[in-house]
Design a protein around this ligand. Structure first.
Ligand SMILES: *[C@@H]1O[C@H](CO)[C@@H](O)[C@H](O)[C@H]1NC(C)=O
Ligand SMILES: *[C@@H]1O[C@H](CO)[C@@H](O)[C@H](O)[C@H]1NC(C)=O
Ligand SMILES: *[C@@H]1O[C@H](CO)[C@@H](O)[C@H](O)[C@H]1NC(C)=O
Ligand SMILES: *[C@@H]1O[C@H](CO)[C@@H](O)[C@H](O)[C@H]1NC(C)=O
Ligand SMILES: *[C@@H]1O[C@H](CO)[C@@H](O)[C@H](O)[C@H]1NC(C)=O
Ligand SMILES: *[C@@H]1O[C@H](CO)[C@@H](O)[C@H](O)[C@H]1NC(C)=O
Length: 239
């Protein structure tokens, strides 16, 4: 059973309204300072960093090393990390400014089913605790903090959180910390998330918080109707 398209559309509508409000708050009425289609002058492929797209090999280090390497291009127009066709299992990894994460048509990023691959972070200051449990919370699979000019896009590639294991931990009251989102960006600006499918998030799917100028466009968000708290797009407070 999948959420109906109308739910997804309703969530997208929410996000578009959110976007409009952000632009209103920031005094701009258009998206002209977003440059989603700007071609990055430098691009690497995740396999250059040892990743194996067999759905079994854990590629967290490959994602982290690729992004660490791409930091040196941030002041040279930024860089692109390309994820080709394959099933790329990974734990949480952190994005940088001036980065495009580009998924190929049949690329699938898979969230690890080992909770220790999702580090523990402090709660958000405005919540003062985890959303569902007191104390700290697991970090999202794709995470960013204090960023600008970030694009997460693809030819309808997929980011699959493999959340069913988290849903059972939740139902069995077997979690010590609040479940992770699939994508969370904190205190970031000029963010584009587009042309992708997101599925089976452990908790909320896309969570921009303390962000401005966020565009979420042309995405499909899927999760079983029975899955707990797998909201599509939850825009948080902005600064
Ligand atoms: C984000 O900015 C805050 C405040 O300047 C700082 O304390 C924090 O370490 C920064 N985090 C990252 C990941 O840059
Ligand atoms: C937000 O990010 C900006 C730019 O990186 C940084 O200067 C600021 O200190 C950050 N604020 C917080 C509350 O982390
Ligand atoms: C939406 O994304 C699909 C692939 O994900 C692409 O073929 C299509 O052109 C996109 N539509 C728009 C309006 O961007
Ligand atoms: C993208 O893939 C999802 C999942 O397979 C599908 O539901 C959706 O229709 C696709 N979107 C486009 C634009 O092809
Ligand atoms: C709860 O989690 C712990 C640690 O992962 C595991 O050893 C235990 O079997 C789990 N219990 C249940 C009821 O799932
Ligand atoms: C989405 O994909 C379509 C088709 O490739 C492209 O024309 C469009 O610019 C993309 N949109 C974004 C916001 O990335």
């Amino acid at each position: 059973m999948r959420r109906s398209a109308s739910v997804v559309e309703a969530l997208l509508l929410v996000s578009l309204i959110f976007e409009a409000q952000l632009w209103a708050v920031n005094g701009n009425s258009h998206c002209e300072n977003l440059k989603p289609l700007e071609v990055r002058p430098h691009s690497v492929t995740i396999t250059e960093f040892g990743a194996v797209g067999d759905g079994v090999t854990l590629n967290t280090k490959a994602f982290q090393n690729a992004i660490f390497y791409l930091q040196s291009f941030a002041d040279k127009g930024g860089a692109q990390l390309f994820v080709p066709k394959g099933r790329w299992l990974t734990g949480s990894f952190e994005l940088i400014s001036h980065l495009t994460l580009l998924l190929d048509k049949e690329a699938v990023i898979l969230g690890s089913e080992d909770s220790s691959d999702w580090p523990i972070d402090d709660p958000l200051p405005s919540y003062g605790r985890g959303r569902e449990l007191p104390g700290r919370r697991h970090r999202s699979l794709i995470y960013g903090n204090n960023l600008t000019d970030v694009v997460i896009t693809g030819d309808n590639g997929t980011i699959d959180g493999q959340g069913s294991i988290w849903w059972s931990w939740f139902r069995n009251h077997n979690l010590s910390f609040t479940r992770p989102h699939l994508v969370e960006l904190k205190n970031s600006t000029n963010v584009v998330i587009s042309n992708l499918t997101f599925m089976n998030s452990p908790f909320w799917t896309i969570h921009p918080v303390y962000c401005s100028h966020v565009l979420v466009q042309n995405v499909t968000i899927l999760a079983p109707l029975s899955s707990p708290n797998t909201d599509g797009i939850d825009p948080g407070e902005h600064h």
